[in-house]
Design a protein around this ligand. Structure first.
Ligand SMILES: *[C@@H]1O[C@H](CO)[C@@H](O)[C@H](O)[C@H]1NC(C)=O
Ligand SMILES: *[C@@H]1O[C@H](CO)[C@@H](O)[C@H](O)[C@H]1NC(C)=O
Length: 474
């Protein structure tokens, strides 16, 4: 299967990649092609370069209040030194705008980038070791909660006081076996996968922004400590190059263990889903898959359409297949689990598949009977409707399919509207039951204009499909 990385191991070198010139072209385009233009631009340009192995020395910060499954709301400020040691600060919050710090962690250790990743093409694997982990709580009630949690995982002798730092893991832990960080489901497995991108802003080669992608965090907390990353978290920004408009970056870069960043308070943005949305990057889906997405939500009858463009390479240039799905959605209530999120239900009733490379075309032709379109009839680049075979068994998709979703809206520092939908379960399953609904999010989509008003032509839906695809094909 062509998505598998075997044989594609990249030697350490510069990989030229694709640009996001949203700012430049945004306003000038006709309404007709803006969505396609934005997606195409992710593939065309020459604006991102990737260094392998990456030189990660420097200070890196979050550019927004991040959400991990659970949920946990946090910001990160990581220092990597050229002698391979690091100091990572993680600040945790009560709320989804990161205005109310509850506790913070200072993590020290060493990290060594190794070889190109076999799991995620374009990423670099790394080894790390922890030497110390310190915990500080920022108010008395949190101190009490933490004390209770930690008592279960280690014999914490002292009474925890807010504002004082406690050692959860010390230098000698390999001998003493004392590791109190377990009680927090704490893990630095994210350091096992690295990718650093240099992006030329506004097409100007002198304005270079550096972003550091670290490995994803397992959506099930109990799996975190053993999880080998197969995707990324939102990128950290280099303190040297972040955009002046990133107030969040400024606040986080100035913070320390005793003075956690407090982000400006704001209201949740009302959900205005209707319209068209596209990926702002080439996205990595755990399970060796790269893709871009285009969704359209229609007011008439709450119809949605989703286009998923799959690629074999980390800059989304070599297409493997695409899927267009269509169905209905309904908006539910504000989530009681994830502050700021809203629950949705999506169904997929119609689907079309287009094989875009020889490997996928042959694979679809191998399947017999009424399992995926007309048997043996697949041609490279020719779309087929697979609704009449109830989806595509070869791709692991059965129709109709229902998924339980989580959405929220946001805004980037340039003021563009962003739409976040739920992270897919890391184990590759589908959120096809309410209790499997996500508690964290995928990379955001950005709003675009499309002239295609009808519900039948272009557009889009969320992502559980893609996972099943991989499991079905691999
Ligand atoms: C590594 O470099 C940092 C920053 O210069 C320094 O604080 C630290 O002591 C060094 N560690 C080792 C083991 O040399
Ligand atoms: C996969 O994860 C989901 C949700 O996190 C869970 O409900 C399900 O039992 C898991 N499935 C397997 C096979 O581990």
């Amino acid at each position: 299967w062509s998505n598998l990385p075997a044989g594609h191991l990249l030697p350490p070198h510069l990989v030229r990649s694709s640009p996001v010139l949203l700012e430049k072209s945004y306003g000038k385009l006709s309404r007709h092609n803006q969505c396609h233009f934005m997606l195409k631009h992710l593939q065309d340009g020459d604006q991102i370069s990737v260094h392998m192995p990456p030189d990660i020395a420097g200070h890196w910060v979050s550019d927004s209040c991040e959400v991990r499954s659970g949920p946990e709301f946090l910001t990160r400020s990581y220092h990597f030194y050229s002698n391979h040691t690091f100091q990572a600060l993680q600040f945790y919050y009560r709320d989804n705008h990161c205005t109310e710090p509850i506790y913070s962690l200072l993590v020290q250790g060493s990290v060594h980038p190794r070889q190109a990743s076999w799991v995620v093409r374009g990423g670099t694997e790394a080894d790390y070791q922890l030497s110390r982990v310190h915990l500080i709580s920022h108010n008395p009630s949190v101190a009490k909660e933490l004390q209770e949690k930690l008592e279960q995982s280690c014999d914490l002798q002292k009474h925890m006081e807010p504002g004082l730092s406690y050692e959860l893991l010390a230098d000698d832990f390999e001998h003493s076996g004392r590791d109190c960080s377990r009680g927090l489901d704490f893990s630095m497995q994210e350091l096992r996968l690295l990718r650093m991108e240099k992006r030329h802003r506004h097409g100007d080669p002198t304005l270079e922004a550096e972003e550091l992608f670290l490995g994803d965090v397992h959506t099930e907390r109990a799996q975190r400590r053993l999880h080998r990353p197969s995707g990324y978290q939102p990128p950290l920004q280099s303190v040297k190059t972040y955009d002046d408009s990133c107030v969040t970056c400024q606040i986080i870069s100035a913070a320390d263990l005793h003075n956690p960043p407090v982000l400006p308070s704001q209201n949740d943005r009302p959900l205005r889903l209707y319209g068209n949305w596209v990926s702002s990057r080439c996205e990595v889906r755990p399970g060796v898959l790269f893709l871009t997405r285009h969704f359209a939500f229609h007011e008439d009858g709450n119809v949605w359409e989703g286009h998923y463009y799959h690629f074999s390479d980390p800059v989304c240039r070599r297409p493997t297949f695409s899927i267009s799905a269509r169905g209905h959605f309904s908006q539910g209530v504000p989530s009681t689990t994830v502050m700021g999120g809203t629950e949705f239900t999506f169904t997929v009733t119609h689907m079309k598949v287009t094989p875009m490379d020889m490997a996928t075309t042959s694979l679809l032709n191998v399947f017999s009977g009424n399992e995926c379109g007309k048997q043996g009839s697949w041609r490279l680049g020719v779309q087929q409707d697979v609704t009449f075979t109830s989806g595509c068994a070869a791709l692991g998709i059965r129709l109709p399919h229902t998924e339980y979703e989580l959405f929220r809206m946001g805004r980037d520092s340039a003021g563009h509207s962003l739409l976040f939908n739920g992270q897919r379960p890391t184990n590759g399953s589908s959120p096809n039951q309410p209790h499997k609904r996500a508690t964290s999010y995928q990379p955001p989509l950005i709003r675009c204009m499309s002239s295609q008003k009808g519900a039948t032509t272009t557009s889009h839906k969320p992502d559980s499909l893609c996972h099943s695809l991989v499991s079905g094909l691999a």
